[in-house]
Design a protein around this ligand. Structure first.
Ligand SMILES: Cc1ncc(COP(=O)(O)O)c(C=O)c1O
Length: 461
């Protein structure tokens, strides 16, 4: 396993970047916040460097570079489709800036259908990106989660039955960004189709960590729509995708209107382009697509199954180690062989989550996330936070807001890094008072005395 991790680390930019600690020393930054964003692959940066001498405007130019840029941009759609087994002919890839934009776009498009009283069935474990876009356009209901945070599929079916054909779309995360639980997307697809609904999988956390297969159109397990973000799969530069049947996106009123989305316009008429172009107004982000495509090639070379297995073992190792630390309460703990991605959310009783995440950074250069992780209703349910309690905390900004701490691994995280985390958490757990005294007052982020290209922030938030 360590050999595997050594090989993976070589693929990543910045794994040995030294960052300042509160004691004046330095340590290699340990990134356990991959669910938020991942560092880039070297291959991605090299692909960008190779491409930039040829970089030019997409679609509108007749110069050689413009034609080449357009070809690369268009060819990306096929590579992305192959990666998730989308249909070569019936599906289209719409380029977006991230998952949030992709889901907003789909909500806007589906809301144009004339089907009064249509219901969108979501779940209680969604990121806000797969909740808020639906709320103002449809009646939204939520399939519930159990006390561990797992989706209750029986409740989803119950609701499909209750709405008796009115559910237009079942929208579900492929994997939770809080507990890491993977949802049985194919089982859910079968249910959705049985009741006449389509399914959208929010793939932001699933696609970077597991193989995904959208399956044939005539399969009851077919995934109708899929959204994901490049920046969570080792490809920064602001791209994402929405994949779905061309038919859905053909004759619609585009959400963004402008150049590139039209065939011809006069003061009296607009002749919109066909899909996907009617959904991609403005100058496209070709660099973002070069990055995403290269990341996909690298992930494919490694093998998504290999990645999933490695990360699963690493998170099982982490779970076991955290279970040995007093006062740690994990949410959604992994039973052996439970299907989840490499995420753990936990509390260390007696020390508030935000402070704990800061201490990990100041003491051991470990980056984790704390709070509600943009999945507010889900974390609120896990923490039994009623609306009344939430209002109380809202009115008392001086009282630390409840939340969780989240560890999320990527393919390049090593067992040694987990050992550093566990060692540091163990020390904090044993000496909470001491750490709270040391760091409880507003702190200054440790300053670098080295000529960094990007100096760290001066003041702790
Ligand atoms: C499950 C899930 N869905 C959607 C998103 C939104 O992704 P983005 O910020 O790239 O739009 C995230 C981001 O963390 C996520 O974890």
């Amino acid at each position: 396993m360590d050999e595997l991790s050594k090989g993976f680390r070589k693929l990543i930019v910045g794994v040995n970047t030294q960052v300042p600690l509160s004691n004046g020393g330095y340590a290699a930054a340990i990134n356990l916040d991959n669910a938020a964003t991942t560092p880039p692959f070297h291959s991605v940066m090299e692909a960008i460097t190779k491409f930039v001498p040829w970089y030019s405007s997409v679609h509108r130019g007749t110069g050689y570079k413009s034609i080449l840029s357009s070809d690369i941009y268009e060819a990306g759609r096929g590579i992305i489709k192959r990666f998730v087994h989308a249909d070569k002919n019936k599906d289209i890839v719409i380029y977006t800036k991230n998952t949030t934009e992709a889901i907003n776009l789909l909500a806007y498009v589906l809301a144009q259908d004339e089907d009064e009283g249509a219901v969108v069935l979501s779940t209680e474990m969604e990121h806000l990106a797969n909740d808020l876009p639906w709320r103002d356009k449809f009646k939204v209901d939520y399939a519930c989660t159990d006390k561990h945070g797992r989706l209750v599929v029986e409740d989803l079916e119950l609701k499909l039955r209750k709405y008796d054909g009115k559910v237009k779309l079942v929208t579900v995360t492929g994997a939770s960004n809080v507990t890491g639980y993977k949802n049985p997307i194919y089982e859910i697809a079968v249910l959705a189709h049985r009741y006449g609904a389509k399914i959208l999988v929010d793939g932001a956390q699933l696609v970077p960590h597991c193989p995904v297969d959208m399956k044939d159109f005539d399969s009851s397990e077919h995934i109708d729509y899929l959204a994901f973000s490049a920046h969570k799969m080792y490809a920064p530069f602001g791209s994402g995708v929405l994949i779905g049947p061309k038919q859905t996106f053909e004759k619609i009123e585009p959400v963004y209107k402008g150049g590139g989305a039209v065939k011809l316009v006069s003061h009296h008429f607009i002749d919109w382009e066909g899909a996907p172009y009617n959904n991609e107004a403005g100058t496209p982000n070709v660099i973002g697509i070069v990055a995403l495509v290269e990341a996909i090639k690298t992930l494919d070379r490694i093998g998504m199954n290999v990645i999933h297995e490695y990360e699963k073992k690493l998170i099982e190792y982490t779970t076991k180690a955290l279970a040995g630390i007093p006062d740690i309460v994990m949410y959604g703990p992994s039973e052996k062989d439970e299907d989840k991605i490499g995420i753990i959310a936990f509390e260390l009783m007696g020390i508030e989550p935000r402070l704990l995440s800061q201490v990990l950074s100041w003491e051991a250069a470990i980056a984790v996330r704390s709070g509600l992780f943009c999945a507010h209703p889900y974390v609120e349910k896990l923490l039994k936070l009623t609306d009344q309690k939430l209002r109380y905390y809202q009115k008392k900004p001086d009282i630390p807001f409840p939340g969780l701490v989240r560890i999320s691994v990527g393919l390049y995280n090593s067992y040694r890094e987990i050992d550093v985390l566990v060692d540091c958490l163990g020390r904090i757990a044993k000496n909470k008072k001491e750490y709270k005294q040391k760091y409880g007052k507003p702190q200054k982020t440790p300053e670098s005395n080295q000529p960094l290209l990007y100096p760290p922030r001066r003041n702790a938030p």
